[in-house]
Design a protein around this ligand. Structure first.
Ligand SMILES: Cc1cn([C@H]2C[C@H](O)[C@@H](COP(=O)(O)OP(=O)(O)OP(=O)(O)O)O2)c(=O)[nH]c1=O
Length: 196
């Protein structure tokens, strides 16, 4: 069993999707933001901080932390602070290609294993009416970059180059690869007859 150090319902759904054996313990770690760090470095640090905070309380189990941001033109975008901020971000992304980066960190036995995955997402041009209607749904508010690829924003997306689950918040193939390297069993296969 592992601990998912995240309050994101999307990350929980993605771990459920692959049949992982996990419990959720939300991390209280403070997140860094801003444009000073490259987005890949930022999400890696935040993912490690989230996992380490929970690992300090539960050193007996592997802990998974993750962090997602959107980047365009040297700027990094996290969750919008309100509807107007969501509209501002969506106007910037309309008709352009941005990058979504998710950092993942597994802390186990005092060791930290981390990786970062980046996906390119191309938005169609959007009208002001489309942006306002979408912001009104409330969907953007708890999402990095103010949109959910798995939600109503799917109709805005012309092209996605890379991992889809990475955009939703947890790159599943990279996670499986990282778990393999770290010697962490995501599926809890440690019953009778299985090698531990
Ligand atoms: C781009 C994008 C992001 N998101 C979500 C995933 C994350 O929940 C959120 C990014 O914020 P994060 O700060 O990475 O995560 P979180 O605050 O939701 O949860 P925690 O810190 O406890 O792990 O945006 C989508 O659901 N769909 C998308 O298309």
């Amino acid at each position: 069993m592992i601990i998912l150090a995240s309050g994101s319902p999307r990350r929980k759904e993605l771990l459920d999707q692959i049949g992982a054996d996990f419990v959720v313990q939300v991390s209280e770690a403070a997140e860094e933001s801003g444009d000073a760090l490259a987005p890949q470095e930022l999400v890696k640090r935040n993912a490690i901080a989230k996992a380490e905070a929970v690992a300090r309380e539960h050193p007996e189990l592997p802990v998974l932390g993750a962090d997602t941001v959107v980047a365009l033109d040297g700027h990094t975008y996290g969750k919008p602070c309100d509807k107007a901020d969501a509209c501002r971000m969506l106007r910037l992304f309309a008709g352009r290609t941005h990058e979504v980066s998710t950092g993942i960190a597994l802390v186990c036995g005092g060791k930290v294993h981390a990786d970062v995955v980046t996906t390119k997402v191309t938005f169609a041009p959007l009208t002001e009416a489309e942006i306002c209607r979408y912001a009104e749904t409330g969907e953007p508010l708890d999402k990095a970059g103010a949109y959910a690829v798995q939600g109503q924003a799917a109709v805005f997306i012309e092209k996605l180059d890379g991992s889809y689950s990475n955009v939703v918040g947890l790159p599943l193939h990279a996670l499986a690869r990282l778990a393999g390297k770290a010697g962490v069993d995501l599926y809890g296969n440690h019953g009778e007859g299985s090698a531990r």
